[in-house]
Write a protein that binds this ligand. Structure first.
Ligand SMILES: Nc1ncnc2c1ncn2[C@@H]1O[C@H](COP(=O)(O)OP(=O)(O)OP(=O)(O)O)[C@@H](O)[C@H]1O
Length: 820
């Protein structure tokens, strides 16, 4: 493996690089020879040590960088300087899955950890059955570890002599790929460190997103705190991630320079190995994803990023922390568990330079995050007396006191602006940080202030009036509650293209639809908070791995989760708030891609939906186009599936009840008597047999239906023609005709085309919406009026009926009296 070049000041041992000299080497040497060794101004507020001139450092002011020297001068588009690269494909895959960048196998560190855990779990299971197998597996694992260790030692050997190898594990993909720097010229104005520019090339991000453009100068070059709001999928992770990496890189270089000048003494002045950035996210999956994303951006840089989340082995996470990573990304619960237990790396916070709250508005909801409050209280505050709990007391006190002043706080979310009058304050830039705080952190202002946010915070709100991404098509289907299953099945079968996430509010609903869909032969993965972490990660991985995969999930994946190729989001149940709707829908239409969201709205959810629409200042939503001729077939299948589901549920309930009884009896050492009479036993057996026969029959019937493609009732197996064909069918026909055009079979252009076989052909929901959806005015007042009118009408009819009835009764009575 070729070592990546490091900046000149690190003087890597060149002897070790005994591979062939290529054109890229010349290019990389150019990088090495760049004078990235800035003498910084005396008033630089971010030098590592205050009061000494020993360590100059901090941020480069924009004028200090000689663009030409870094090859960062804004080139004319198209006049790029081309570098050779071997494997273009890898850029694409990197872009798809940041974790791939990091390791050779594509698995993230966390996933590897999980695999290890899994291996251990397997070993445990095996031990019960076969002791030999256990020993074998252990030996295998030992061998694997030994091999790994040897490889690491080899690599370390090749890095000997590099005192501060800023570029470690030099998996230099960039040098092997074809980069047209001109294509990336939009990044130049952000003046990122050359190593970060390389990461950007590697990731294939041609230009910074608007939130990155706005945040990087403020956060990385002006050292400001930032409150950032931008639509879902707009690249907020790197908007705070790149400034963190930029500053850590700059400081590493200053330390290295100081080493050159001061030798060992430098270590005393600028101690290494402390936590520099703490990033907190509301969910485990998001923490793991942010870790992967930052690792991808930090690839080739000597910065370690470690996730600390619940549901995984605490011991293993403590081991990871022993390696003293610079960046920790975690969820509040596990972080606080370790911090309150005195975990050294997490409590020595005097060198903390960044505190980040991702999805900040989620953190303050319903007082969920008491732990967050406790974590924030652990942070050294600018005005509080210095508390030093480090061994290196004297030096850390110096660093610590300054670190507090310069710690930057970043608060990000797509929906900050939705909350109360926060948007107005953001727009006016008049967010006032209050001094006195009550106990609860129930507003972003309080949270930010408590975290030590400075008054000159940069407030960047790039959300549009609707908050929703521009390329998201929102639509809905109005239906009865019991029709939701049928419409969901219809969407997945007729439109199932690309990845789809189906959101449920309750776990019961999630279980209900996943079991129905499974019976109907649709493979889905499920994810909810009550699942074991290992199963959650597996579900996520498998969903990621299937380009037409379907994930049925609760709101645990609503926020932040970034899976490319999610084309459709279905709201099986409406969310409780507009924020959650934005985040759920934001799993599609990410990073300038398009996508669509379909809400299944039952009668009692209409006004809730109308008020949702109102929150987005959107008056019209699209009605999702339905091809009703599919419905009879859909309902037939669904009816069979429901019957099967009912039998299976009853059976599993009985089994669960029986095993519970047996377990309870066993626990109190009772022998269960069989009280059933002979007759009852025979009846039970008969009943079971009958159920099994019925189940088989239903299953066969369903299988028969499922073996044919789902087709509309009016469908002709032979000809594609006729008036009255709906846009959806028309689209499907055209697509199919195109697929079946027998160019390869040598048939002439003029030959009449007959389609003898009709396969299931899907039209993406988005295409269907664009070609046939129609806008529906969603005026909450109008809907409420309509409903009121309907209620009045119903009441009047009822009264009229009653009046008529009374009249008839009186008439009958009179007649009766008259006849008497
Ligand atoms: N400059 C860029 N150019 C192209 N793609 C980018 C760029 N920066 C980030 N991305 C990609 O955009 C996607 C979304 O990024 P990210 O997850 O950071 O969005 P987000 O704004 O945090 O979304 P959410 O609000 O849902 O959490 C990711 O796949 C990321 O790799």
């Amino acid at each position: 493996m070729a070592a990546e070049p490091s900046p000149r000041s690190f003087q890597p041992s060149k002897k070790k690089h005994n591979r062939k000299r290529t054109r890229q080497d010349a290019e990389l040497e150019r990088f090495d020879s760049l004078p990235w060794n800035p003498a910084l101004p005396d008033d630089d507020p971010f030098s590592v040590v205050v009061g000494t001139n020993e360590l100059e450092g901090g941020f480069l002011s924009l004028e200090e960088i000689d663009e030409a020297a870094y090859g960062l001068g804004i080139p004319q588009p198209g006049v790029g300087n081309r570098k050779e690269k071997k494997d273009k494909q890898s850029t694409k895959s990197n872009k798809r899955k940041p974790s791939d960048v990091d390791g050779d196998s594509g698995a993230t560190e966390v996933e590897k950890e999980m695999e290890e855990e899994e291996e251990e779990a397997e070993v445990d299971e095996a031990s019960e059955k076969d002791e030999n197998l256990k020993t074998k597996k252990k030996k295998k694992k030992k061998k694997k570890n030994k091999k790994k260790k040897m490889e690491n030692e080899k690599e370390n050997e090749s890095h000997k002599g590099e005192e501060f190898p800023a570029v470690r594990n030099g998996k230099n993909d960039v040098e092997d790929e074809l980069v047209d720097e001109a294509e990336y010229y939009a990044w130049n104005e952000l003046r990122l460190h050359p190593l970060l520019m390389k990461s950007v090339y590697r990731l294939g991000f041609k230009e910074p997103t608007p939130i990155q453009k706005a945040c990087i100068p403020a956060a990385a070059h002006q050292g400001k705190d930032v409150i950032g709001a931008a639509e879902t999928g707009s690249g907020k992770t790197l908007a705070f991630g790149l400034p963190i990496l930029q500053r850590l890189l700059e400081e590493q270089e200053k330390t290295a320079r100081m080493f050159e000048q001061k030798g060992e003494e430098a270590e005393r002045i600028a101690p290494k190995g402390f936590l520099r950035a703490l990033i907190i996210t509301p969910t485990r999956e998001l923490a793991l994803q942010v870790t992967d994303h930052l690792k991808a951006a930090a690839n080739g840089i000597d910065v370690r990023v470690v996730p600390i989340v619940g549901g995984m082995s605490t011991e293993k996470q403590e081991r990871l922390l022993k390696k003293r990573p610079e960046i920790v990304v975690g969820t509040p619960g596990r972080l606080w568990e370790l911090m309150s237990g005195g975990e050294k790396h997490l409590v020595e916070l005097h060198s903390l330079s960044f505190f980040v709250l991702d999805e900040a508005d989620r953190m303050i909801e319903n007082g969920h995050f008491r732990e967050l409050q406790s974590i924030i209280d652990m942070l050294p505050m600018a005005n509080s007396p210095i508390e030093v709990n480090s061994q290196n007391t004297q030096n850390c006190a110096t660093v610590s006191s300054f670190q507090r002043k310069k710690r930057q706080t970043f608060v990000f979310s797509a929906t900050i602006a939705l909350s109360a009058d926060f948007r107005k304050k953001l727009k006016r830039g008049s967010l006032k940080l209050k001094q006195s705080l009550p106990d609860e952190l129930n507003s972003i202002e309080k949270l930010s202030e408590r975290a030590g946010m400075k008054a000159n915070v940069a407030i960047i709100d790039l959300t549009s009036a609707s908050i929703l991404p521009d390329k998201l098509e929102d639509s809905f289907i109005e239906c009865r509650e019991e029709e939701k299953d049928a419409y969901l099945y219809y969407i997945l079968r007729v439109h199932g293209r690309g990845r789809t996430i189906v959101f449920c509010t309750s776990i019961a609903a999630l279980r209900h639809i996943s079991s129905l869909l499974c019976i109907l032969g649709i493979n889905v993965w499920t994810l909810h908070a009550q699942m074991q972490q290992r199963a959650r990660l597996k579900a996520m991985d498998r969903f990621r791995g299937n380009e037409h995969g379907i994930l049925v999930a609760t709101d645990v994946v609503a926020r932040g989760i970034d899976i490319p190729g999610v084309r459709t989001v279905v709201h099986y149940q409406l969310p409780h708030s507009a924020e959650v709707y934005v985040h759920r829908s934001g799993r599609t239409a990410r990073a300038s891609a398009d996508g669509c969201s379909i809400a299944l709205v039952s009668a009692n959810e209409t006004s809730k939906f109308a008020s949702l629409c109102k929150s987005f200042s959107k008056e019209s939503f699209q009605s999702f186009p339905l091809e009703h001729s599919y419905m009879p077939e859909v309902l037939k299948r669904l009816s069979l599936a429901r019957q099967i589901d009912k039998i299976l549920r009853k059976d599993s309930k009985e089994k669960a009840k029986k095993s519970w009884l047996e377990r309870s009896a066993e626990s109190v050492e009772l022998v269960m008597d069989d009280y059933d009479s002979e007759e009852e036993k025979v009846n039970n057996i008969k009943q079971k047999k009958a159920t099994s026969v019925q189940l088989n029959k239903l299953q066969q019937e369903l299988n028969m239906l499922l073996s044919h493609p789902l087709q509309p009732r009016t469908f002709s197996h032979r000809y594609v023609a006729g008036a009255g064909v709906s846009p959806l069918l028309q689209h499907q026909f055209e697509e199919l005709a195109r697929q079946n055009r027998p160019e390869s079979q040598g048939l002439g252009e003029n030959k009449r085309e007959k389609l003898a076989v009709f396969g299931q052909d899907c039209v993406e929901p988005l295409q269907a919406l664009r070609s046939a959806g129609h806008k529906v005015h969603m005026d909450g007042k109008e809907i409420a009026d309509k409903r009121r009118n309907m209620d009045n009408l119903r009441r009047k009819r009822k009264e009229e009926k009653k009046r008529m009835k009374d009249q008839r009764r009186k008439q009958r009575k009179r007649q009766k009296m008259g006849s008497e």
